[in-house]
Design a protein around this ligand. Structure first.
Ligand code: ATP
Length: 519
């Protein structure tokens, strides 16, 4: 559905004039101009490292620009901190939420309000209930955050902005963690806010969502403004072309494959949660075949992390006769030994677990690629650097070079590097979470093709993702996790987004319980 913007005649809510930000060796924003009208839903688009996060962080007072002006309701302002941004009426929902798990919704929201705001609100819980009813947010002020799903937590973050009477809401890739049903719910909240005059600035790599909901879009490339458009008059392919220049074809759908030989088995895998907010795995059984991609869908926090950690060996608890790699019980092996036996692993969290932030890309390569780089106890650094360089060029990783620290890369560029590093091990089994999380369309295509090539060489791939479209595109068979249970595993061609969406919400658990009761 295309959007038409009312209030065309009013004056801009926000204007950015020649915003410039220089990082050491990188001009992240180069004289960027942008304008947002009241009620406008505006997408900020661009490939990885284009400068989107830097720009929104400037608006929200997290990054100080080196030059340029910010006009708010026609007046020049200096947004020195997020609290100054909130005073102006700017709210931001980050990709990684910042809620305290052991506090209630109302307590979390209270923490970010000033004394005068609290005073003017009066009964905060009542206000949350009112706003919840008005916007269909379904947020209960008395619930503890640890008991909320990711979609519910996102609604708490939005509520946190709403109680402060937000006039501009910034969302950084808001749909990457939601079920299809939750995405629809979020869009109806955004449309309602827009109809009331709240401006929305939206970073996204999901172009079909941009064409669905945004009035206008600004496109950045290499830190520069390269164009704007009305997404309703474009297609995802034409927008992608503006973002990355001459883009290769969009993914058109790939041929499915079916393996016959088992590469990995999880047998009656039950495991208690390691911490109070973790998920207990309950009787998980599946077989992963050589030459196939098995996709596991699920809303974050339903056992995916626990499942990946116990398979990779990152969770070092021993399990016997439960994890079988190529006919061998690996349940008592260390993570390093599992890697040497052919298991590669891309965890969900790229900085900290996928890569050591302070180490260079070469050093990060050596961490998981022991083969061939160490001879007689000595590291062959020339070979490591050469290999890291080849990964940088093969996956178009934007950085200064193999000596760049992992933490200096934009999120999407680091993701490309880690994916390349793990695929490059030619593993027998690759377990990976969110292979293209935050990665732009051009690079996502390259990663998809690398995964399919790996599959076609006979590797078994376990793909864990919240991006259901991507799972349908890549996976040969699919399942979903909910509350530590694994749904039945079915051929991707024989299921539907709706069914997987239902399983992500746990309907299969009730189904199997009902069947047990009937038996
Ligand atoms: N603290 C920093 N120090 C050095 N360089 C940085 C820093 N933060 C960002 N950069 C660089 O600035 C450029 C823009 O980064 P930014 O995070 O704004 O990109 P982005 O468009 O949001 O990318 P993505 O889609 O991957 O999140 C990148 O080349 C990045 O490496």
């Amino acid at each position: 559905m295309s959007e038409t913007l009312k209030n065309q005649s009013s004056s801009p809510r926000l204007e950015l004039l020649n915003i410039t930000k220089q990082y050491p060796g990188c001009l992240a924003n180069d004289q960027i101009c942008m304008r947002l009208m009241p009620g406008e839903i505006h997408a900020l688009l661009g490939e990885n490292g284009a400068g989107k996060s830097t720009l929104v962080k400037t608006i929200y007072g997290v990054v100080a620009p080196d030059a340029g002006q910010i006009l708010w309701d026609g007046r020049e302002v200096e947004v020195k901190s997020p609290s100054k941004a909130r005073d102006l009426g700017i709210g931001m929902v980050f990709q990684h939420f910042s809620l305290f798990e052991t506090l209630t919704v109302a307590q979390n929201i209270e923490l970010c309000l000033s004394r005068s705001q609290l005073h003017s609100i009066g009964d905060l819980a009542e206000r949350i209930r009112d706003l919840s009813a008005t916007y269909g947010l379904n947020v209960d002020p008395d619930r503890f955050v640890h008991s909320l799903s990711i979609g519910e937590r996102q609604r708490v973050e939005i509520m946190r902005c709403l109680v402060q009477s937000v006039k501009l809401l910034i969302l950084d890739e808001p749909t990457s963690v939601l079920t299809p049903q939750e995405v629809a719910g979020l869009f109806s909240v955004l449309r309602k806010l827009s109809s009331e005059g709240c401006s929305i600035l939206f970073i996204s790599h999901k172009l079909h969502e941009v064409t669905e909901i945004c009035h206008n879009a600004t496109i950045l490339r290499g830190g520069k403004f390269v164009g704007d458009c009305e997404p309703a008059n474009e297609t995802p392919a034409t927008i992608a072309k503006m973002m990355v220049g001459d883009l290769a074809e969009q993914d058109a759908g790939y041929e499915k494959a079916f393996g016959e030989d088992i590469a990995f088995t999880a047998k009656n895998l039950s495991l208690a949660a390691k911490h109070p907010f973790g998920t207990t795995l309950k009787q998980i059984n599946f077989e992963l075949y050589k030459g196939e991609i098995l996709g596991i869908a699920g809303v974050a926090g339903n056992g995916q992390e626990e499942l990946m950690s116990i398979i990779s060996g990152e969770d070092s608890r021993t399990l016997k006769n439960t994890l079988i790699l190529d006919g061998r019980d690996i349940g008592t092996q260390s993570a390093g030994l599992r890697r040497r036996n052919g298991l590669a692993y891309v965890p969900e969290e790229r900085l900290g677990r996928g890569a050591v932030p302070e180490m260079s890309l070469s050093e990060n390569t050596l961490l998981t690629h022991s083969r061939g780089f160490v001879q007689s106890g000595l590291v062959n650094w020339n070979a490591v650097k050469k290999y890291a360089k080849s990964l940088i060029s093969q996956y178009s990783v934007k950085c200064h070079g193999e000596f760049s620290e992992a933490k200096s890369l934009s999120g999407g560029n680091l993701q490309k590097f880690i994916m390349g590093r793990e695929i490059g091990q030619n593993p027998k089994v690759l377990i990976c979470a969110h292979p293209t999380w935050g990665v732009d369309v051009g690079a996502a295509l390259a990663i998809h093709q690398a995964l399919l090539q790996l599959r076609d060489q006979g590797a078994a791939i376990l793909l864990i993702s919240e991006d259901i479209d991507e799972l349908f595109l890549l996976a040969d068979r699919m399942a979903a996790v909910c509350d530590g249970h694994l749904s039945p595993v079915v051929r991707a061609e024989e299921t539907s987004i709706d069914q997987i969406g239902q399983w992500m919400a746990g309907t299969f658990i009730n189904e199997s319980e009902q069947q047990e009761a009937l038996a």
